[in-house]
Design a protein around this ligand. Structure first.
Ligand SMILES: O=C(O)C(=O)C[C@]1(C(=O)O)C=C[C@@H](O)C=C1
Length: 143
């Protein structure tokens, strides 16, 4: 008997379970609910796909770190030239380009805009914090 009692009544055919009915005949039946219940995170397809997602998420975070390092380089240049941290023209060009790339890959352009809106907001904060840290302490912003 491979299936728990009480599930034998289900007349579906997905998961093979052997059971001795009252007749003594061994019946084979398949139960989708049981199949789903037993398809826990240890089952191979789900585990493999989650492992792939974990790798992709790691790659995304590593790319963000790389982007952050490039932004730090820009921050240094802008600070030397006393340029503004924010560049609205660059931001709108970047967003248009990314929305186009999203469309080409069947990803929601709004999702990409939200994500990059957040990434750029952090980028701007980081650049301002670096400028602030570089100032003599008596000239730093408080709060
Ligand atoms: O390209 C710049 O000038 C940056 O400072 C980088 C960056 C970004 O994170 O992409 C951040 C702020 C600007 O408004 C535009 C772009």
């Amino acid at each position: 008997m491979l299936r728990p009692a009480g599930r034998q009544a289900r007349g579906f055919f997905l998961f093979v379970g052997l059971s001795h009915r009252s007749s003594g005949v061994v019946c084979a039946s398949i139960d989708p609910v049981y199949a789903l219940l037993t398809m826990s995170s240890s089952s191979t397809p789900l585990r493999d796909i989650r492992s792939r997602i974990d790798q992709l998420d790691r790659a995304i975070v590593e790319l963000l770190a790389e982007r952050q390092s490039a932004v730090d380089d820009i921050a240094d240049i802008k600070e030397q030239k006393n340029d503004n941290v924010r560049d609205p023209d660059r931001e709108s060009q970047l967003m248009d380009r990314l929305r186009g790339i999203a469309r080409d890959h069947d990803v929601s352009p709004d999702l990409v805009e939200d994500l990059f809106g957040s990434i750029i907001a952090h980028s701007v904060d980081r650049q301002n914090d670096r400028r602030d840290d570089a100032r003599p302490s008596r000239l730093r912003k408080v709060g």
